[in-house]
Design a protein around this ligand. Sequence first.
Ligand code: SF4
Length: 458
Amino acid sequence: MSTLHSKAAATFCKDRQKTAWHDETFWALRQKRDAMMHMLPEWESLREHASAIKKHTLTHLADYLDMFSRQLESRGVIVHWAKDAAEFNDIVLKILQNHGVKKMVKSKSMLTEECEMNPFLISHGIDVVETDLGERILQLLHKKPSHIVVPASHLKREEIAACFEEKGISKEKGNQDPTYLTYCARKSLRQEFMEAGAGMTGCNFGVAKTGDIVVCTNEGNADMTTSMPKLHLVAMGIEKIIPDYASLAVFQRLLVRSATGQPTTGFTSHFRQARPGGEMHVILVDNGRSNTLADEDHWQTLKCIRCGACMNTCPVYRRSGGYSYTYFIPGPIGINLGMLADPRKYSDNVSACSLCLSCDNVCPAMVAPGSQVYVWRQTLERVGKADKLKKVMSEGMELLFDHPKLYTSMLHLAPLANLVPEAMTHYSNLNPWGLGHSKPVFAHKCFHELWKEGKVKK
Ligand code: SF4
């Protein structure tokens, strides 16, 4: 019954101290989010409003994309359309080559991770430098993000200090002070900003009515990325469109409160046109999103605003870490996005869910990622990925529940299980689910019998 996720999670959990620390770190984010939520009495209606805006926009997507692109073009912005990751990468490469760019700085964008843009550009001789602190640390360590909002939060300061020392970014041996390390990162990035021929940002929201690219960061790195080089590229998934400023106000109130429990992001920047003497390109990427829109069970994933709240609250994510998942986005929303990308390749992640549905409750856009995982589980048989042992067990349960007499006789036999030593049922490799649990004691009389005997208090 082991999946790739559960094997990776078992490795992660071997370091019990780090597992507990990881759990606490992300639970603290969830608590901060709760504190913010309680400060807004209208929180639940904001969520409903956000969900309705997304539904409306997604059901009129072509119209809003058209409005958005025309607004941008009216101000000289060059708009490109990429049907998939390969087309997106080619468009970016051509723009950079046409401008003779050898180095590009970029702010955080999960879309570029999805399209594997960095390795593609690097293989064509273009240096790509991440400017978000967490992303930069991971780039230096040759690692991937383990969370969509706080990508390097799984790393401890000792690990970051050692990396900075090794790369010559920090000069003071053994200095692990976060303020010092941030200072070192800033100093080294400053040089990269000066040398870069282009800057790329992602896009949190694209406002159709005005053609604004709205980027939210806490470090101001998107602003440095766009104010040093004269060439600005925007990587944007087509689902990021919202109708107008009134809609933006709703999402702005929800996004960062849900993500990090702050009342607002440090920087919210609106980009509408190129700087004087510069050039701005917006690349709108589909890469499977149109197919998702046509999927009546899972179109809601397109409402996601990538706040990461579903990860912070997820007991499986917190206790198994982001790298245990086989898709590059972990946690509840990652399970869904992986299944939409390739259900055969990423199906093992659907087991990484306790179906507690805490993610459904915190999600600001009411994506219901947990409920959708439940739906994906029903499709495993169809894609040839149902676990054989679980199938046998489910069929056995079905047989019992369909035959009440058989069910009752089995209940009478259940107390025999009390005779089997716990070491065999719970602390052996035969039952990986038993590890960490104690064996329940079966009652000698079942509920039905006690009820008939009048021994159950009403
Ligand atoms: S599914 Fe909801 S909670 Fe999870 S990242 Fe998306 S918007 Fe946030």
